[in-house]
Design a binder for this molecule. Structure first.
Ligand code: PLP
Length: 429
């Protein structure tokens, strides 16, 4: 590959890349642990971690060693098989499924996909098929309850129920009655919809799809007890409780699944992101036999379940366990939250960022109305911190391997950046 300057890379992207992202002028080339380096060699703390998908840090030594093994060929040219038709089991697929079901999450079955939204789509199909075949819902009438402020990905079905107009508006038509939106965190609103359905004489609600913490929605944490109460109501009304843990799962919030904070075991759970260790896209839906209702022909994918993805997913789950990354995330997250609150509690910074919230290493700095989040992201980048904005919130999701020293440095750099922004933008008192 020819070595291009940063300017040339940007021009190349501008010319050939589809315009579906507002591109940054910083191009990244290397990564190690919680750090990345741009194409000019400047180092940054990666507090965006690939939309939360680099939970193990960049180039985790065990993942790199595994990839070397997977890519090796012997002197005769034989190596690990990559993709075979999915009717043929491979050792990697079977081993990963068994580990995920029996050791990691405790479910009967799992279905692997190439990315998060594909797994969400599979979960939607499962809920609908279960509704028709097990709950006797009239065919074509199944409805799924979803939450305002949701983010479940970008396929046409999923953007059809997004609350974000830019994600949705130009991509219809959508099935008008297929999804019912309720306010996130409002148990009363959910209970009302469920009651109306139960009293209708012919219930059509088959599932409730919910993020335990809304990531893209701005690190919104529902009130304590919300998930548990909703899960209980789902059980009572014979409705599938499906948690989208693509962002909040796999240790990000201090437990392997964020639903476990409330002792909830979702009927279906969707995971992704860190499962691919920042190297290979892979996601998964898990559930028990009664809800995993697919039969041959119902679903399929060319790459879903490929051996590289499966070997990486297995190793990622093992690393989370071996390195106790859930506990680490809980401890480092609590420390980071505390230090960020201290850094942003006084002077002008508090006026720009009046609230910091989070659980584990999923933290959001809420900006005051009118503060331009893109400007904040750019200033943080200048000071060597990569973050991601989610509406009016700066999302801080570093790798779960972050150390106490790195937490301190991250909090100080963020504090310094907000103090500088305050000095520059707030009127002198
Ligand atoms: C909660 C949630 N669900 C689904 C998705 C979609 O995942 P992917 O981008 O891998 O399709 C995301 C991505 O950010 C997410 O945060």
């Amino acid at each position: 590959m020819s070595k291009k300057s940063t300017g040339e890379l940007l021009a190349q992207m501008d010319h050939y890349g589809s315009r579906h992202y507002a591109r940054s002028s910083v191009c990244f080339a290397k990564g190690k642990g919680i750090y990345v380096k741009d194409t000019d060699g400047k180092e940054y703390i990666d507090a965006a971690s690939g939309y939360g998908s680099v939970g193990l840090g960049h180039n985790h030594p065990r993942i790199c060693a595994l990839l070397r093994k997977l890519n090796a060929v012997d002197k005769d040219g034989w190596g690990v098989v990559g993709i075979v038709p999915n009717v043929h089991p491979t050792p990697q697929l079977g081993t990963m499924l068994e580990y995920a079901c029996t050791k990691a999450f405790g479910y009967d079955k799992a279905l692997t996909t190439n990315g998060g939204v594909e797994a969400v789509e599979a979960a939607i199909k499962l809920m609908r098929k279960w509704g028709y075949t097990k709950k006797s819902v009239e065919r074509g009438k199944a409805r799924i309850v979803i939450c305002e402020g949701n983010f479940h990905g970008r396929t046409t079905t999923v953007v059809g129920f997004s609350s974000e107009p830019t994600y949705r508006e130009n991509f219809g038509p959508y099935a008008a009655d297929a999804f019912i939106t309720v306010p996130y965190g409002d148990y009363g609103a959910f209970a009302k919809v469920m009651q109306e359905d139960a009293e209708s004489g012919a219930p059509t609600i088959v599932g409730f799809l919910v993020e335990p913490i809304q990531g893209e929605g701005g690190v919104r944490i529902p009130p304590p007890g919300y998930l548990k109460a909703c899960a209980f109501l789902c059980e009572k009304n014979n409705v599938i409780f499906c948690a989208d843990e693509i962002q909040a799962g796999l240790g990000r919030t201090g437990y392997l699944l964020a639903s476990w904070h409330e002792g909830v075991k979702p009927d279906l759970v969707v995971i992704g992101k860190t499962l691919g260790a920042g190297k290979h896209p892979v996601a998964m839906v898990l559930g028990n036999d009664e809800h995993m209702v697919f039969t041959p022909g119902d679903h399929g994918s060319t790459h879903g379940g490929n051996t590289t993805a499966m070997a990486i997913a297995l190793e990622a789950l093992a690393i989370i366990k071996d390195e106790k990354l859930c506990v680490r995330s809980a401890m480092m997250g609590a420390s980071l939250l505390h230090q960020l609150r201290q850094e942003l509690s006084c002077g002008g910074a508090a006026k720009i960022a009046p609230l910091v919230r989070g659980r584990g290493l999923m933290i959001g700095i809420v900006l005051a109305p009118g503060v331009d989040s893109h400007m904040v992201i750019d200033e943080l980048l200048k000071n060597g911190v990569m973050t991601k904005d989610a509406h009016n919130v700066i999302r801080i999701t570093p790798a779960l391997i972050i150390t106490e020293t790195e937490v301190k440095r991250l909090a100080e750099l963020i504090g310094k950046t907000f103090a500088e922004i305050a000095l520059r933008t707030l009127p002198k008192e």
